[in-house]
Structure formats: C-alpha cells, structure tokens
Ligand binder design. Structure first.
Ligand SMILES: O=C(O)CCC(=O)C(=O)O
Length: 283
C-alpha cells in the first residue's frame, strides 16, 4: 500500500462534519489527467453495457461490480487521498462490498418528471428493516468519485438530507408535488469525492444539462457483510498486495475468518499497528 495515505487522515473537522451531516465532500482527490482516464473507462463501460442491459439512451445506467469490469478503477480502492479516511471512520476490519458506476445522460428536452420527488433511500436494503434501534448501525459507507462536474444544480447532482442518517424514516410533505424541505443538491467538481454513511437518506438528481454525469461509488463495509455485487475480482488477486487482497474479499481462514479474523485475514490491521502503534488502532 502507498504509505502517503498516512498524510491524508480524517481531520477532526472532517469527522465532525461526517458525524453531524452523514456525508463529507473531499475536494480534489483526483488530478484532471486521472479524471480523464477514469471518465474514458466509464464511457467504455457505458458503450458496452447499456445495450446489454437494454437501458435507453436518456436513462441512467447503474453498473454493479464496476471494479471487476475495468481495471482502471482498481487503484481507487486504496487511493491515498481517500483510503485512510475510510479506515479512520470504519477501522481495519473492512472490505469492498459494492462498486457501482452510474452514468446519467441528460434528460430529453422538454422532459417533465412523472413524480417530482426524488427516489430517497438508505443503502443496503434489508439492513434497514432487520437491524434494531434508532439510529440503526452504520455497517458501511460509500465514497463517490466524480468524473464530471456537478457544481451547478440540475447536473444530476447527488442529493442528501443532511443529518438524516440518524432517522430510520424520512417524513415527506403530504403534498406529493413537494420534496423534502431540506433536500440538498451536493455540488462537487470533477475529481472530488463524496463520503456518505449508508444510513443517510439520499437520491440521484435529474440531469437537465447537456452533459452526461459519470460517478463511481465504492462501498466499504465490515468484512462480515455479504458483498452486494457478484464481484468478479479474482483475476486481480495474484498481483495484489495483502491489503488489497483483504479489501477484495480474501479470507485465508475461510468463513470463520470473516467474523473472528486472525492476523493473516486482516493484513491492514498489522500494517496500521506497525505504523501507528497498537494504541493508534481500534481494537
Ligand atoms: O446517482 C446518485 O447520485 C445516487 C447514488 C445512490 O443512490 C447510491 O449510491 O445509492
């Protein structure tokens, strides 16, 4: 793993914002030349999969297991500018459980939304029914890497209700023509990252611009959660370092190692203890 990640720890201010708002924008994690390479990979996958999935030209394509489908995205998994912030939030017992590319073309001219409200949801389906308590446990977070700008509104912005990760239910106005009063379009530039807690009520915005929006979301969770995608990443393992192998789902101790890991199952923990000391790492 690239040691420079240690220069990009979660700051106290970032932690406070993530804990209070349920999301955090980290600007400029990708240089423009890298964004261009990643945007080109997104375009390749869109050209290949849109016809396969029979997604119409103006509809969003949501492609799961994006990491497995194009190795251009692999280095984002432990990108120095983002990875330690994930570790500082979730700890070392983590994996990639989900990677999806969303390509959002412009709506056709004159489009009127059938339902003016956005599709608000929390991530991970049945976790939101079967975990007890309010708020339920966090379990996972996503990092969205933006390959196109959504600095203005109506560019297909990622939308959030700030602070809503503490609520099991999102109360919407009775008037079906109105959206949540605190619905917020997150405005980020190409190359920025958005971290968000899976419990945060969020939604995709509409793209009324002329530019196709491209975003890759990487979902990190504790290792005991089953992957949400049919992950096709085995071809990366022979050349991956031990920490990447952990992140890609390897468990030398098999099923047992996902809930009661030995050191060999979690090389990220050893790596962190060697650099930060045992006191600098969650037990
Ligand atoms: O496309 C978007 O901005 C929304 C993404 C989303 O809903 C998700 O990652 O669960």
């Amino acid at each position: 793993m690239d040691e420079t990640c240690l220069g990009h720890r979660l700051t106290d201010d970032e932690r406070r914002r993530f804990e209070d708002d349920g999301f955090l924008v980290v600007p400029g994690v990708l240089a423009p030349d890298r964004v261009a390479v990643l945007a080109a990979a997104a375009e390749r996958l869109d050209a290949e999969w849109r016809p396969v999935r029979k997604v119409k030209p103006h509809e969003p394509l949501n492609l799961l297991d994006a990491i497995g489908k194009d190795d251009a995205f692999l280095d984002l998994l432990d990108l120095p500018q983002t990875f330690m912030k994930v570790v500082d939030i979730l700890g070392w017992h983590i994996q990639l459980y989900h990677s999806h590319l969303i390509v959002t073309p412009p709506l056709p001219e004159g489009h009127v939304a059938g339902n003016p409200r956005l599709g608000w949801h929390q991530d991970s389906g049945r976790l939101n029914l079967e975990l007890e308590g309010e708020p339920r446990s966090r379990v996972s977070l996503k990092v969205g890497f933006f390959f196109t700008s959504t600095l203005d509104a109506d560019l297909g912005n990622f939308h959030v209700v700030p602070g809503s990760h503490r609520m099991n239910r999102l109360d919407l106005p009775e008037d079906p023509e109105r959206d949540h009063p605190r619905a917020t379009a997150v405005r980020v530039d190409a190359g920025d990252a958005v971290f968000f807690d899976r419990r945060l009520w969020h939604a995709a915005g509409r793209n009324r611009s002329a530019v196709t929006r491209k975003v890759l979301f990487l979902g990190y969770s504790y290792r005991w959660l089953r992957p949400r995608d049919d992950m096709t990443v085995a071809h990366y393992l022979p050349r991956a370092d031990p920490i990447r192998r952990q992140l890609l789902g390897e468990s030398p101790n098999g099923g047992f190692g996902y809930t009661s890991p030995a050191a060999v199952d979690v090389p990220l923990k050893t790596w962190l203890v060697e650099r930060l000391g045992a006191d600098g790492v969650v037990p």
